[in-house]
Structures are given as C-alpha cells and as structure tokens.
Design a protein around this ligand. Structure first.
Ligand SMILES: Nc1ncnc2c1ncn2[C@@H]1O[C@H](COP(=O)(O)OP(=O)(O)OP(=O)(O)O)[C@@H](O)[C@H]1O
Ligand SMILES: [Mg+2]
Length: 159
C-alpha cells in the first residue's frame, strides 16, 4: 500500500528549514503533499497564491512532492488526499507544547490519522518564517535562510 503524507503549515514564506523537512518526509513516504493553509487569522505577509507559487518553485526538485493551498481542517484535507500521516516539525522544546496539543486534537478529530514529527538538521533549528519576515521588513539579508527566489520576494516587502 502506498503511504501518503501531508505536511501542513502557513509557509509564509517557505524557508530552508521547511525544505529540509520536506526532503526528509519525501524520502520516507511515497508521496508528500505540502498543504499551505490560507490562515487568514494569521494575516500572512504573502497571499496564499504567492506562498503556493514560491513553495512549488523551491520544491520543484522533489519528484514525489506536491504543493497545494487549502482552507478548513487539516484532517479533512488529509482524508481527501488519501493521506494517513500528518508531518510536523520540531525545532526546539518550545515547539513541543503547541505541536502536542495539535496532534492530540487531530487524533480526536480523526483517529486513523497519525502525526509524525521530524527534526531538521541543526543549522536550521533557529529558522522560523516569522523571524525571516521580521528580518526582511527591517532591511536585513535573508539569503542564508531561504531560497534565492524567496529572498528576492522578501526584499520587495522591506518597510
Ligand atoms: N526550521 C524548521 N525546522 C523544522 N521544522 C520547522 C521549521 N520551520 C517550521 N517548521 C515546522 O513546520 C510546520 C509548519 O510551520 P509554519 O508554516 O507555521 O512555519 P513557522 O516557521 O513556524 O512559521 P511562523 O513563524 O509564522 O509560525 C510546523 O510544524 C513547524 O514546527
Ligand atoms: Mg509556527
């Protein structure tokens, strides 16, 4: 049986940390759907279409990876795409509490879907989209933390 996984997030924008995680997931599962949540309550810097477009370009080298936008419950999205696994990332202990809560809630919503946690290579553990956005708005250089096409987009958002 083929195993499909969904990797949900806001990806506002996709970082080298996200890329590292997708690459790991793609080597474990037959197919990985990177599911980009509309998340209007987070008031994203990039509109959904742009976040999807950037992620598609950044992840183009991974053959068994697909990028899709979605709104609604992640477990519903997973079921619709025949995925039995949700992939999430853990950077530090600080991620644990929220991720643990989310994983338990997902299990209550659909007990057939398992959440699996992956950790990135150490050099990516301090990268978050929110920090990257902050650096960009303040005029800092983000090239070290994101794909060049993302860095170019971020440059346009300087305050
Ligand atoms: N550098 C990273 N290494 C490992 N996992 C990561 C990394 N960045 C994000 N993740 C994980 O990816 C998933 C989706 O995260 P999300 O899209 O919210 O990114 P984020 O960097 O946490 O963004 P924000 O700072 O806006 O919350 C979460 O499980 C998160 O823990
Ligand atoms: Mg986050």
């Amino acid at each position: 049986m083929k195993r499909n996984a969904v990797y949900p997030g806001t990806f506002d924008p996709i970082t080298n940390g996200h890329h590292d995680l997708v690459r790991r997931a793609a080597s474990i599962f037959d197919r990985v759907v990177v599911a980009i949540a509309a998340n209007p309550n987070k008031t994203p810097m990039f509109p959904l279409e742009k976040r999807v477009d950037l992620a598609r370009q950044v992840l183009a080298d991974l053959a068994n990876v697909e990028v899709m936008g979605y709104s609604g419950l992640t477990v519903d999205f997973a079921r619709q795409h025949q995925a039995s696994v949700i992939v999430r990332g853990l950077r530090a202990v600080s991620d644990f509490e929220f991720e643990f809560q989310l994983a338990n809630m997902s299990r209550h919503l659909d007990r057939d879907i398992e959440t699996v946690f992956l950790t990135p290579q150490e050099q990516f553990t301090f990268i978050s989209s929110s920090l990257i956005r902050e650096i960009a708005v303040l005029g800092g250089e983000t090239r070290e933390f994101v794909h060049p096409i993302v860095a170019a987009e971020l440059k346009k958002r300087k305050a």
